[in-house]
Ligand binder design. Structure first.
Ligand SMILES: Cc1cc2nc3c(=O)[nH]c(=O)nc-3n(C[C@H](O)[C@H](O)[C@H](O)COP(=O)(O)OP(=O)(O)OC[C@H]3O[C@@H](n4cnc5c(N)ncnc54)[C@H](O)[C@@H]3O)c2cc1C
Length: 350
């Protein structure tokens, strides 16, 4: 009996050695040996960096593989104007404790410019400050903008009825057309018609999607955190840099393949390098998954592939124009001095 126990413990020790060997070998890269569990995070955007930060805090061995030469992904602060301009995300939506970024932003002492308040000086951000021009460059009377805005709200309210009547989903555009058939009083003519189109375009801009692809059932299902909106005056860069501090981040590492093995994952990078770990967190954009830029072995489950294929994505870009130089040339000197203190930036979303 004692012999059996001895033999059993011997096998057990060998088994433990084997497990330990696998774990050691799987410490994120072949060269790095670590007894603690290891994770490869793919994608160094906010999601990937935040996940890596949490894992690192919990004593996991973490390596972040990022394809570009910088972290941040769709968060990218540009300093070339001499002050920070966020080319991607710039607002904190929901300035409240429930928002995991808010306490961090507070701790870093980063100022937020409240754009949901009455004293906002961001033009064209809310309806009250819109100055709309027609194609001939003439300003559309503000009362027309307001009146058509009310009609637009009524149309949206009517589309809700269409939603209640239909169990099948349809596009918001189709629902609009149904409403227009039923409620001729909401139809707009001439300039007002163009303004109505513009309202629809704003909606398309918000979703980065054409109206014939916006879901009637889901378009308003977003849950906003309380606390209003705050613009990151100094940009998002300090926030992502803080989260990234102390992390092992490999830039220029485009992942092409993820192989799941019985004892962990093997991740292949474009240039053929291989990383192994106990697990991987995939934080690349949906578009990368839809384009199948990363091969999975074995293949992802069918339900996951179907979800990736069915979800839509849109493209949203920002263009920043500094009117500083051209305005300096034409403005009187007093205004020039103001401009030096406060450069005028034109921010275009498309
Ligand atoms: C113009 C614009 C304005 C926006 N404004 C706001 C705003 O004001 N407020 C707000 O809350 N949100 C805003 N957003 C949305 C916000 O930026 C995103 O939701 C958020 O940044 C997404 O973060 P992510 O980490 O999920 O993805 P991403 O930031 O896209 O990060 C994914 C990372 O994965 C990397 N990657 C891709 N493929 C691979 C690969 N094969 N191998 C390795 N790495 C790979 C990419 O390079 C990227 O760094 C805006 C977005 C845009 C485009």
């Amino acid at each position: 009996m004692d012999k059996m126990i001895a033999q059993f413990s011997d096998i057990y020790v060998q088994y433990l050695r084997l497990v330990l060997h696998v774990l050691v070998a799987s410490g994120c890269t072949e060269s790095k040996k670590s007894p603690s569990p290891s994770v490869i995070v793919i994608g160094g955007g906010f999601a990937g960096i935040a996940a890596a930060n949490a894992l690192h805090e919990a004593s996991f061995q973490v390596v972040v593989l990022e394809s570009r030469d910088r972290i941040g992904g769709r968060v990218h602060t540009n300093y070339s104007f001499g002050f920070p301009v966020d080319m991607g995300a710039s607002w904190l939506h929901g300035v409240c404790e429930e928002n995991p970024l808010a306490p961090l932003i507070g701790r870093l002492g980063l100022p937020l410019y409240r754009t949901s308040g009455d004293n906002s000086v961001l033009y064209d951000h809310d309806l009250e400050s819109y100055a709309l021009f027609d194609t001939d460059g003439k300003q559309v009377p503000p009362e027309v903008v307001t009146k058509v805005g009310e009609a637009f709200e009524s149309i949206l309210a009517e589309t809700d009825k269409v939603r209640q009547e239909n169990s099948e989903d349809m596009s918001i555009l189709k629902a609009f057309l149904i409403v227009m058939e039923r409620r001729p009083d909401l139809r707009q003519e001439g300039l007002a018609h163009n303004v109505l189109q513009w309202y629809l375009c704003r909606m398309e801009g918000w979703f980065a999607a054409d109206a014939d692809t916006i879901s009637l059932k889901s378009w308003d299902q977003e849950e906003l955190l309380p606390g209003g909106h705050g613009l990151m005056v100094r940009g998002y860069r300090p926030v992502i840099n803080t989260l990234a501090k102390g992390l092992d981040i490999r830039l220029g590492h485009r992942v092409t393949k993820i192989t799941r093995r019985y004892n962990g994952v093997k991740v292949t990078v474009e240039d053929g390098r291989i990383f192994v770990a106990d697990a991987a967190v995939i934080a690349v954009p949906l578009g990368v998954m839809k384009a199948k830029h990363i091969e999975f072995e074995p293949k992802l489950p069918e339900w996951k592939e179907a979800a990736i294929a069915d979800l839509g994505i849109g493209i949203e870009n920002k263009a920043i124009l500094s009117l500083f130089t051209c305005l300096l040339a034409v403005l009187p000197s007093t205004l020039r001095r103001c401009l030096i203190k406060k450069p005028l930036i034109l921010l275009l979303h498309s």
